[in-house]
Write a protein that binds this ligand. Structure first.
Ligand code: FAD
Length: 392
């Protein structure tokens, strides 16, 4: 196909969704891919930042996601293989809770419904198999064998490098100021240029409300923090002996990953900050009081951890009312929107990137579940109202 008839697709935002969409689109020879990112290549301000993301297929958020997660697992492996980088550590994901807890019940439902490879533990088995954890009386565990940790920064670099090598033009340090539809196309305005496109993929995460007014009522920003602690002995917390974990006790959701730096583990608590409307309202760091509280929780769940965090960071993520991501194409088929990943979307970013690519190239037969559409989201907004916080 000649260069003149290639469809020009501009991706706005090269974070989790944008980078993976750039990779998927750059594999097609009938499109010209342009990516625009307000900061540098793989920066520290995106919702993806923070060394690791938990990957799970046994999914308490619901069975709807399991086929997406299985396909994502395949795509993470494909990205690893194409890039030659280690992105996905399949060390397992261990969920611990009381058996009647809703997260445990729904996780086990997906295990049974999709026949997922797993190990179940009663309290004593859990204590023997995973002695790093302070297991409470009555706790049970389920180890998702296809779970583990993904390295987000390395994954984005891999996807962006491959996209560039395949001919994508990526522009960094270039904020998009506006996206305007006009007859026959879309104009993407930056401080120095007006770039014409056939289709735009809006993948601007927490900043999306600044570019699309329709999202202002729908999205809220949840502030989310990460903390790392040092154990007395790192050996039991290295990837070969320590799965990623999720722990639910009362109002506390604790989650984390094995040591990737060789001296500390990520062990973080669910957010207690109020929701925000704009990235500028998000605090840049924890207070000492907040860190001391998480340190006490870390010590309670892992007795061998020193309760002083050696590292911490504060982030944000765009949440929809029921934490379902938005995947939509406008009536004109010119603007594809993928945002609102609601604190759990990194793991299936490759599938969302592929869906964005399909919607941008062949919207009529993209085959995306209408549950993710903007119209369905607006219906749910009318029923349940905007996200109010408390999720993780
Ligand atoms: C602390 C924390 C922990 C999490 N843990 C997990 C986990 O364990 N497992 C999991 O699956 N998910 C997890 N998530 C969720 C997941 O990381 C996010 O949902 C995901 O990264 C969001 O991807 P995104 O592409 O929508 O946004 P981002 O990754 O933030 O990307 C948006 C990009 O768009 C750029 N941009 C925005 N506006 C403009 C503009 N006007 N012009 C140009 N560029 C622009 C931004 O700079 C950014 O690079 C977590 C999130 C957080 C914050």
């Amino acid at each position: 196909m000649s260069a003149q008839v290639r469809k020009r697709i501009v991706i706005v935002g090269l974070g989790a969704v944008g980078a993976l969409a750039a990779w998927r689109l750059s594999q097609r020879d009938d499109v010209e891919v342009i990516g625009i990112e307000q900061y540098g290549k793989v920066h520290d301000r995106g919702s993806y930042a923070g060394e690791s993301r938990v990957f799970r297929t046994a999914y308490h958020e619901g069975g709807r996601y399991v086929p997406m997660l299985q396909e994502s697992r395949r795509l993470w492996r494909e990205l690893e293989q194409q890039s030659g980088r280690e992105l996905y550590l399949e060390v397992g994901a261990l969920s611990i809770a009381q058996p009647d807890r809703v997260e445990m019940r729904t996780t086990l439902e997906t295990v049974r419904e999709f026949d997922l490879p797993h190990t179940l533990y009663d309290t004593e088995e859990l204590r023997r198999a995973h002695p790093q954890h302070n297991v409470h009386d009555g706790d049970v565990g389920v180890l998702d064998h296809h779970g583990g940790g993904i390295r987000p920064e390395v994954s984005l670099m891999a996807a962006l490098d491959l996209a560039e090598a395949a001919g994508a033009q990526l522009h960094f340090h270039t904020p998009v100021l506006a996206i305007e539809e006009e007859p026959g196309g879309v104009v993407v305005r930056t401080p120095t240029e007006a770039i014409r496109a056939d289709t735009v993929v809006l993948a601007s995460g927490s900043w999306s409300t600044r570019l699309d007014g329709r999202l202002r009522d729908l999205l809220r920003l949840q502030v989310l923090g990460l903390t790392w602690f040092m154990p007395t002995d790192i050996a039991p917390f290295l990837p070969e002996r320590f799965p990623a974990f999720l722990r639910d006790v009362g109002p506390v959701h604790f989650f984390g990953a094995p040591s990737l730096d060789g001296y500390s583990i990520k062990a973080s608590s669910n957010p207690t900050w109020p929701v925000a409307r704009d990235v500028d309202e998000v605090p840049r760091e924890y207070t000492r009081h907040e860190l001391a509280k998480i340190g006490q929780q870390a010590k309670e769940f892992f007795p061998s951890l020193n309760p002083e965090p050696v590292r911490s960071s504060v982030h944000h993520c765009a949440y929809t009312p029921d934490r379902t991501p938005i995947v939509d194409v406008s009536e004109s088929e010119r603007v594809v929107t993928v945002t609102g990943l609601s604190g759990h979307g990194f793991k299936f970013a490759p599938v969302l990137g592929e869906w964005a690519a399909r919607l941008a190239t062949r919207p009529s037969d993209a085959g995306i579940d209408p549950h993710f559409s903007l119209a369905a989201h607006l219906d749910r907004l009318a029923t349940v109202g905007a996200y109010r916080g408390g999720g993780h």
